[in-house]
Design a protein around this ligand. Structure first.
Ligand SMILES: [Fe+2]
Length: 448
């Protein structure tokens, strides 16, 4: 007899202990607390033929979206291939999706999870993994709609419902629907107080609306719910907190959070490295001295200079190389990115459309060729969502192009771009500081 999971999805397993371990691991994945891979590995040691265990293991690795996870995913895929006759149709659909991802067909991966969810909207694993993969493609519509399509099949009683609402909240925020995003996010944390993804969705709303003081209070007062010792996502929520401080003009506090919370231990996980980079680059654009912090981070990036695996990561690597004058690493990375643009797979398209011009622009910025950086960034800044990340993360491109225009003496352009910024965020002190700098370069009669 085969057993269903807690949401009623049939598995090919008849082992109640294994299905229970799957639920524990899925809850850990939803909350980012604990180690879902360790949980599922313990179950697989007892029950090596547990198909959904191998699926979960592979898909948790996928969520890191970096080259280093490929061997683990390949080994899970090998087991899933052996177990193909045992698996049911839904499990085989997961396996086919994972196979696409491992082959670099990330669009195929996302599409398969979409089709799977159309038939199995209560597959909580497919829902979260699909949601995260939409994030890595900057696909704001599907970030919201993938969840919206599935939710009618869920109710408050469905295990994980609160977490699904947290995902909806983030999708709504990325679509610019801040009112509904905040509503969904607050409902989510009412149901699941420790939903750090819903907390994060609300943090994004406050970032986009420049509600900095409120954002700081919201994050700091609820630390017990998202910054637990074993919360694997806390670094990113701290990054958001630091961003509020920075844009309010408190760089010292932002740097203190960098040291204690964003990059406390020299992690080699690209997701963590890129948040550290994103904070240092914002400080770098403001000419704020960060001591030896760039050196430590850049030395870690040196290990993957030939990567070219994911365009969004490549941009952050280049920031390190130019900030530390690493010409050799920069040249290696540029070569890797140029090769990636010619390769097969989803990243090639991302790299051609966005990654390559952006990496070239950052490299030009490093050479103080600011006019070149402006020329490279202007055409891509509105299509940069194609290489993934959130609006808040991609704001780094808008900040960079404005700074490059200022340094190149292109004051009318810099001023126009800062007007755009203050129109969107009238309460953001940082944006007004930029606008005043741009205005100072203009003849008095042209300032408006
Ligand atoms: Fe974020």
């Amino acid at each position: 007899m085969t057993l269903a999971d807690a949401r009623g999805e049939i598995t090919s397993s008849g082992n109640a202990k294994s299905v229970e371990a799957f639920e524990t691991a899925l809850a850990q994945l939803h909350s980012y607390c604990g180690d879902p891979v360790a949980t599922i590995d313990a179950a697989l040691a007892e029950d090596p033929d547990f198909v959904m265990g191998h699926v979960l293991r592979a898909e948790v690795h996928v969520t890191l979206w970096e080259r280093s996870v490929l061997p683990e995913i390949e080994s899970s895929l090998a087991r899933l291939t052996e177990l193909d006759n045992k698996a049911n149709a839904r499990e085989r659909a997961h396996t086919a999706a994972i196979r696409d991802w491992a082959a670099g067909d990330w669009e195929g991966f996302r599409a398969r999870l979409d089709r799977l969810l159309a038939e199995h909207p209560r597959d909580g694993l497919a829902l979260q993994i699909g949601h995260l993969s939409d994030f890595y493609h900057g696909d704001r519509d599907n970030l919201r709609n993938r969840i919206a399509r599935a939710l009618p099949a869920w109710s408050r009683e469905t295990p994980g419902y609160g977490f699904a609402l947290g995902m909806l909240a983030f999708g709504q925020e990325e679509c610019g629907d801040y009112v509904h995003a905040e509503e969904s996010g607050r409902r989510a944390i009412e149901l699941e107080p420790d939903d750090c993804w819903a907390q994060h969705a609300i943090a994004h709303v406050m970032e986009m609306q420049a509600r900095h003081a409120e954002g700081i209070a919201f994050m700091e007062s609820r630390q017990d719910h998202w910054a637990q010792e074993d919360n694997a996502f806390a670094f990113h929520n701290w990054w958001h907190t630091a961003l509020y401080y920075l844009d309010e003009g408190d760089a010292e506090k932002a740097i203190a959070l960098y040291d204690s919370k964003i990059r406390p231990s020299g992690s080699e996980i690209q997701l963590e490295m890129l948040d550290a980079t994103a904070m240092l680059w914002r400080l770098h654009l403001q000419d704020i001295d960060v001591g030896t912090r760039w050196e430590e981070l850049a030395a870690t990036y040196d290990k993957t200079a030939d990567d070219g695996f994911y365009a969004f990561n490549d941009m952050h690597a280049m920031m390190n190389y130019v900030a530390t004058g690493r010409a050799e690493s920069a040249a290696r990375l540029l070569g890797a990115v140029e090769r990636a643009a010619q390769a097969a797979g989803t990243n090639a398209g991302m790299t051609r459309a966005v990654g390559l011009p952006v990496v070239r622009a950052i490299e030009a910025f490093g050479r103080e060729a600011y006019g070149e950086a402006v020329d490279l960034l202007m055409p891509v800044r509105y299509r940069a969502h194609a290489f993934g990340g959130s609006h808040a993360q991609r704001d780094i491109l808008h900040r960079t192009v404005i700074e490059a225009a200022l340094r190149d003496g292109q004051f009318p352009l810099a001023h126009a771009l800062t007007i755009e910024r203050t129109a969107q965020k009238p309460h953001c002190p940082f944006s007004w500081r930029l606008r005043r700098r741009a205005a100072a370069g203009l003849p008095d009669e042209t300032i408006h």
